[in-house]
Design a protein around this ligand. Structure first.
Ligand code: B1M
Length: 600
């Protein structure tokens, strides 16, 4: 390889050490160009004509990457790698997912024709594109740099990209055997695809990976399962761990991307994988970056388990304290440099630790005794309410997510003449409250929320006609929806049914509704009341944006606004300028009537 990186051989040695839990690698994921003397005279390509060319034209990308690397800083252990990413998890696109080029990234949308059949079609255009892109880049690179392996991904994340996250989470409960089978099919295809791409990009037997930019003297990959923040440790051990283990066994060098505090409960299961070499830590939104003291214990734990660590977005100020605390063996630092002077400062610091290494004791930690990051696998147990012997099974069925049972008990209760309000308020809503509490306590996970939601919805359908009442005249028109970013619809639908039952004409515009859609619906239907629901503290603030949009459209004066949902309260409703608030579906009707009483 006649590379543009002058110290590539030293960097390779440092990588080999790092994979073996020794020494420090100092790298930067994205390159910078400021003040860099070009490594070759390469002209910049014409700007892309559109996003399609920017991402999906192999020749344009090869030309651009050639120019980009020729002008990038390659000091320290910064790797000369062409970033050939085709979106996060591009194996999903090879298996039928749909590409869309965005400004800064590529989106992969679910396969609209997905039928639970996972098949590899060697003629699929997205597969051909992968190969053409890598071949074009390899020809252009001409040995000056590596052509990186795209971020194919694997396992649950790929399946979620193919058929949707909720469907995969439900599968963990409803068709676990099918899910296991699909994981194995994805792994089998992954190895085939990986090997074929490896043959295109390898330099002798070496390769580099695009994501997090790492190099290895053999086959290497980055593994992940971001969706697993939403599943229990038992499910992780069943649906994720075996397939990651197989990848670690078949691929020489493996780095697991651990994403966010919500994923930490799976660390023990990851550390159990003997063949896994390294773990990369991404702290996630709202958390300090990888150089913060907050993560020292996590790094020590990983190192103590015999794995190397990759700490990301470390700043110069954090570097010394980080190495003082976790030691200088098996540490890969991804830093956020802006110019060469910063790189040189970091290199001087690293130098001190490299020479200190022999005396320095590596962090010590007894994996078995440390319980901070370990959580116990807790099974959902059903719980009995005391209010009515006959209806207690309804509460239990919803908590356990058993829709058929919930429907059967509800049918029986209806036949026996139990009032729908009693069924809803005393059993269904309380059961959802219990599931929510378990979720908050880390005893239930998203699949359990989904199952409970499904059970409640199923049973609620039977009660709907009874809620519809006999009103023959329309009191007023209501547009109702759950705000943008929020997918909870059970409470909103209940409010809608109650309003309908009491004589309102209700236009239910669904979940995840953006402000312009609310405004459009109010305008189109000439609504008297706009009802907004939100169940998340992070989405309730969006209600204000909808009100502002109504003001801006000049419609605010002609429509009353009512808000509700678990985190919403009267004060909040007043602050954002709503006209009414209700904390439950029954009083929502009274509030709605009162609001119209004021206008009519
Ligand atoms: Co989610 N979820 N959820 N969830 N979920 C909550 C809301 C949560 C409180 C659980 C918890 O931590 N204890 C928590 C929110 C924490 C917070 O923001 N402070 C939470 C979270 C964190 C999440 C996710 C972020 C989890 C994750 O992915 N890591 C994720 C977010 C997805 C998203 O929206 N972007 C998520 C996902 C889901 C599922 C999709 C799995 C599922 C929803 C299924 C569905 O709706 N189709 C779900 C469920 C089921 C819940 C719980 C368990 C139950 C919600 C419910 O249906 N309650 C919930 C915990 C809980 O509420 N106890 C929880 C029954 C329903 C009848 O009550 O909706 O409150 P509710 O409606 C009431 C009143 O609020 C009022 O009347 C209704 C009837 O009396 N009301 C109005 C509602 N809207 C109104 C409008 C009005 C007036 C009254 O006027 C306009």
């Amino acid at each position: 390889m006649k590379t543009w990186k002058p110290n590539l051989e030293e960097t390779k040695k440092r990588y080999i050490n790092w994979w073996n839990q020794k020494g420090i690698v100092l790298n930067m994921w994205e390159h910078f160009q400021e003040g860099v003397k070009p490594h070759a005279s390469v002209a910049a390509p014409q700007p892309p004509i559109d996003l399609n060319q920017k991402w999906f034209d192999p020749q344009w990308r090869a030309d651009y990457l050639d120019w980009y690397i020729a002008h990038s800083c390659l000091k320290a252990d910064m790797l000369p790698v062409a970033n050939t990413q085709l979106g996060p998890g591009s194996l999903a696109a090879i298996l039928g997912g749909v590409f869309e080029g965005g400004e800064d990234t590529i989106w992969i949308h679910p396969n609209p024709n997905f039928t639970d059949e996972i098949t590899f079609n060697p003629e699929h255009p997205n597969w051909i594109l992968h190969k053409e892109l890598l071949k074009a880049c390899k020809a252009k690179a001409n040995g000056h740099y590596y052509v990186g392996m795209p971020d194919l991904m694997e396992g649950l994340d790929v399946l979620a990209a193919l058929k949707g996250t909720d469907s995969v989470l439900l599968d963990t409960v409803m068709q676990p055997e099918v899910l296991e089978q699909q994981m194995q099919q994805i792994n089998n295809i992954y190895f085939k695809v990986f090997d074929e791409l490896y043959d295109i990009i390898k330099e002798n037997d070496e390769m580099a990976f695009c994501y997090f930019s790492a190099w290895a003297p053999g086959k290497m990959t980055k593994l992940q399962s971001d969706i697993s923040t939403m599943i229990s440790e038992d499910d992780f051990r069943r649906f994720v761990q075996p397939f990651i283990r197989e990848q670690c066994q078949k691929i020489d060098y493996t780095l697991y991307h651990l994403d966010g505090v919500g994923a930490m409960h799976h660390l023990p299961a990851l550390l159990e994988i003997k063949e896994l070499n390294a773990i990369q830590w991404t702290p996630g939104v709202g958390e300090p970056q990888g150089g913060s003291p907050k993560w020292y214990d996590l790094y020590k734990k990983i190192l103590a388990a015999g794995k190397s660590v990759m700490a990301c977005w470390v700043t110069l100020d954090e570097l010394r304290p980080l190495l003082d605390n976790i030691g200088g063996d098996g540490v890969h630092l991804e830093m956020d440099f802006h110019n060469e002077s910063e790189v040189e400062q970091a290199m001087r610091i690293i130098e001190e630790y490299t020479s200190k290494n022999d005396q320095q004791e590596t962090a010590d930690g007894d994996l078995a005794n440390e319980s901070k990051l370990e959580t116990e696998a807790i099974k959902i147990e059903t719980c009995h309410k005391e209010e009515s012997e006959e209806l207690a099974p309804l509460y239990d069925a919803i908590v356990a997510g058993k829709m058929e049972d919930a429907i059967a008990v509800t049918k029986k209760a209806i036949q026996e003449g139990v009032a729908p309000q009693e069924i809803i308020n005393n059993y269904m809503i309380k059961a959802m409250g219990e599931v929510g509490q378990r979720f908050q306590d880390g005893k239930a996970f998203v699949p359990q929320l989904l199952m409970a939601g499904r059970a409640m919805k199923g049973a609620l359908e039977l009660l709907k006609p009874m809620l519809q009442g006999s009103a023959s005249t329309t009191i007023g028109k209501v547009v109702i929806g759950t705000v943008k970013g929020d997918l909870h619809d059970i409470g909103k639908n209940l409010v809608a049914s109650m309003l309908e039952g009491c004589g309102f004409e209700v236009i239910n515009i669904g979940i995840d509704v953006p402000a312009d859609k609310f405004v459009e619906a109010v305008k189109e239907h000439q609504a008297d009341i706009l009802c907004m629901s939100a169940l998340l503290t992070t989405t309730m603030t969006y209600m204000k944006e909808v009100i502002d949009a109504l003001e801006a459209s000049g419609l605010r004066h002609q429509v009353k606004i009512m808000v509700g949902g678990a985190p919403v309260n009267k004060n909040f409703a007043m602050q954002i300028g709503a006209d009414g608030y209700s904390d439950n579906a029954n009083s929502a009707v009274a509030v709605a009537k009162e609001l119209l009483g004021k206008t009519k």
